[in-house]
Design a protein around this ligand. Structure first.
Ligand SMILES: [Zn+2]
Length: 209
């Protein structure tokens, strides 16, 4: 993932963008956001306080005032903070590359296992055991690198996968619910209503129009 390598070049010691307590972009990052710098795509997401929506840095929408932006390292983190994905720049299509440092491998393996359904078939303790660490350590690593818990991250990844399948084609909602790991259409509907404020069928119509 090219974007991740770019981030490491800028930031050999790890997390450049999120070292301070403030989530407001620095002048430099804000200038990059105004240019819609694609180097930031997947590296951070902008939550817009006035709308409750979060965007990719490459979104075509008007760039808000700096004071109205909160930066998050992943889509899962923006969602955990209560922001909804933008329907225009489609954060589910951004590369997934949180700001890593030394523990990259463990978090990457955890994300791979979550993507392949580890939290549908087991719990966070089982996942941590497979990685050879304790559940609390795993949660700490996720808080630091992903900005969301393993469960929240799994939910974001399920919704993102379902959204991509909705955009792609003709699969039925039931099929999409199963393919994306929800287990049932009812659970997928609940997740979409909670996040987008509308059912999956409404998002499908929107993308077809
Ligand atoms: Zn957007």
């Amino acid at each position: 993932m090219v974007t991740c390598l770019r981030l490491e070049r800028h930031s050999p010691q790890g997390n450049l963008f999120f070292m301070t307590n403030s989530r407001m972009p620095s002048e430099q990052i804000y200038e990059q956001l105004q240019r819609r710098d694609s180097a930031l795509d997947g590296v951070l997401f902008s939550g817009v306080k006035t709308t409750g929506i979060y965007c990719r840095p490459v979104c075509k929408a008007r760039v808000p005032f700096r004071k109205n932006i909160e930066l998050y390292p992943t889509a899962a983190a923006a969602e955990a903070a209560g922001f909804r994905p933008c329907l225009r720049c489609r954060p589910e299509t951004a590369p997934f590359c949180p700001a890593w440092n030394g523990t990259r491998t463990t978090v990457e393996r955890a994300l791979e296992l979550i993507r392949s359904g580890a939290l549908e078939t087991g719990n966070v303790e089982d996942l941590a055991t497979r990685l050879g660490i304790g559940a609390r350590h795993l949660s700490r690593l996720f808080a630091e690198h992903v900005g969301a818990s393993p469960r929240q991250t799994a939910q974001t990844l399920r919704i993102q996968k379902a959204k991509r399948l909705l955009d792609q084609g003709e699969a039925s909602l039931e099929e999409i619910a199963h393919q994306s790991g929800f287990g049932s259409l009812r659970r997928m509907r609940a997740a979409f209503s909670g996040l987008y404020g509308r059912p999956p069928s409404a998002l499908r119509k929107r993308t077809r129009r």
